[in-house]
Design a protein around this ligand. Structure first.
Ligand code: FAD
Length: 387
């Protein structure tokens, strides 16, 4: 077992760290007010190879292992959790495109996503619910050289600003469930697409929202993989994204911890630094311990993936634990700052609101625990789930 990083990993981590601390962190709070990403910033990240470093070199990526991608994601999230959504969405959706799309489609679009020229998102959830995603309704009807899309996607990260979405649509019958779902790479500038952003609690720069498709004609060659294969293709990507989400949550938690420990030396009560009160330091010490343990779980999950070994169970553990733990750790940092922590002048409240969203996004804790149970004792653990 080797916990050391290679020179390449260290160099990339350092580049991401420098970018996050110099370019992202100082504007974390102002960026929230803008409600969308500055495209110059996105292109700059792309030029530095920070958006989707794991994607193959033939598409403009760096072809680094998942472990390296996780480390870089955490660094960016340290500076701005919302900005790390760009990485998550590009690595998740870009990975699906790289593996399953037609070669000419992958060659044409992936370099644009990796370089930050275009933003990609995932359209899976629908108004009737995201947990039971296999029974989605948005329909894609084959018509000559196209598929015609009708329906609505809801709760889509970057809905209001993405240039492309990987859309999961029903090409088969409702009864076919997951087997009737096909994925498409859809250009958001096509006629018949409309969208609107929500007024969210956090991650406001991401612009989560709804997308409506009204007779949207998608060229057939934009289908990703085979007909009826879309759901399983996207779900396979989730084992990866769940560990990356862990790193997205670790970044802000780490930032708040690093700001809070020194504060316990500066702030005095009863004529002494509050660091002298174990009631102050013990909760921080406990969260610091758990955050480090959780980081190791994420890295182990990514390492298993890099080795081609099963990691569904570990990924589900990351998904339920990290967003919850990091939300709690940030809240403790906020409380340690007393009344100042409750003010919007300090970033802890924003980090709390941002990270909390990922207790729901990409699946709730209940779903993750169902996956862990299913992976451990088999389908008896989810016997009530619809076929
Ligand atoms: C910040 C954020 C970002 C997101 N980004 C995207 C995105 O980019 N693309 C996308 O497609 N979607 C996205 N989503 C949607 C997200 O994936 C869904 O919200 C999630 O899957 C849950 O679906 P739901 O909200 O419809 O809840 P529902 O499915 O309606 O569930 C409601 C509640 O019931 C619980 N529940 C449901 N079934 C069971 C069960 N069998 N056992 C126990 N409990 C159960 C759930 O855990 C939940 O607490 C995002 C959501 C958020 C908050």
């Amino acid at each position: 077992m080797d916990f050391g990083l290679t020179d390449d990993q260290r160099a990339l981590q350092e580049a991401a760290r420098r970018y996050a601390r110099e370019k992202l962190l100082p504007y974390y709070q102002t960026r929230e007010g803008e409600g969308r990403f500055n495209r110059d910033m996105v292109r700059e990240m792309g030029e530095l190879g920070l958006i989707a470093p794991d994607l193959p070199e033939k598409f403009g990526g760096l072809g680094v292992p998942g472990v390296t991608a996780g480390l870089i994601t955490e660094e960016i999230a340290y500076g701005d959790h919302s900005v790390s959504y760009i990485q998550l969405l590009t690595m998740l959706c870009g990975g699906v495109v790289a593996e399953f799309a037609a070669e000419d489609v992958a060659n044409e679009y992936l370099p644009k996503f990796i370089k930050g020229e275009k933003l990609i998102g995932l359209g899976l959830t629908e108004p009737r619910g995201g947990t039971d995603a296999a029974h989605l309704k948005l329909r894609a009807k084959h018509d000559g050289e196209s598929f015609v899309l009708n329906g609505e996607k809801s709760s889509i990260s970057a809905a209001a600003q993405a240039d492309f979405l990987v859309v999961a649509a029903r090409t088969g019958t409702d009864e076919e469930g997951a087997r009737g779902v096909t994925a498409f790479l859809v250009d958001m500038s096509l006629p018949g697409v409309s969208r609107a952003a929500y007024n969210d609690l956090g991650s406001k720069a991401v612009g989560r929202g709804s997308v409506w498709f009204e007779d949207v004609r998608v060229p057939a060659h934009m289908m990703i993989g085979g007909e009826g294969k879309g759901f399983t293709q996207v779900m396979r990507g989730f084992d990866y994204s769940r560990a990356l989400i862990g790193h997205m949550c670790l970044g802000p938690a780490q930032a708040s911890m690093e700001e809070t420990w020194p504060y316990t030396l500066e702030r005095e009560a009863f004529g002494r630094p509050i660091a002298e009160f174990q009631g102050v330091t013990f909760p921080l010490a406990e969260y610091d311990t758990q955050v480090q343990a959780a980081r190791l779980l994420c890295l182990q999950t990514l390492w298993l993936r890099d080795q081609g070994l099963p990691h569904t169970r570990e990924a589900a553990m990351c998904k339920w634990w990290l967003p919850k733990l990091c939300t709690d750790a940030i809240q403790q940092c906020l409380l340690t700052h007393g009344h100042l922590g409750y003010s919007q002048d300090l970033p802890h409240q924003q980090r709390l609101r941002d990270v909390m969203g990922l207790q729901i996004g990409d699946g709730t804790a209940q779903v993750s625990k169902m996956v862990i149970a299913r992976e451990t004792v088999g389908r008896a653990a989810v016997q009530y789930a619809r076929k």
